[in-house]
Design a protein. Structure first.
Length: 101
């Protein structure tokens, strides 16, 4: 559900405390993420996010294990939002992806 107004979007984010900046800083500090991109897909209300996360902690982990690591790291934040989609890469995978683009 997207916010009907900018004021409503700001209110929802301030009530939940979940912002792209908050998610980014948490992932950077707890997962040693070297690159984090957070996209708010909810139209500004802060209830649906997609994230690209690059961390050396993803090495030798399956996609499911990576998602579980991220979800455990953001357990409280994910509980406060409607939808969360992480895309997880190791630094080496991220460099290859950027080079092929």
């Amino acid at each position: 559900m997207s916010a009907r107004t900018d004021t409503e979007a700001t209110s929802t984010q301030s009530t939940s405390g979940i912002t792209p900046d908050h998610l980014t800083s948490t992932l950077q500090s707890k997962l040693e993420a070297s690159h984090v991109e957070i996209s708010d897909l909810s139209g500004g209300c802060g209830q649906m996010y997609e994230a690209t996360i690059v961390s050396p902690q993803f090495a030798k982990k399956t996609t499911l294990a990576r998602h579980r690591l991220v979800n455990a790291t953001l357990k409280e934040e994910i509980a406060a939002i409607h939808a969360w989609t992480p895309k997880c890469f190791t630094p080496e995978e991220w460099e290859k992806r950027k080079a092929s683009s």
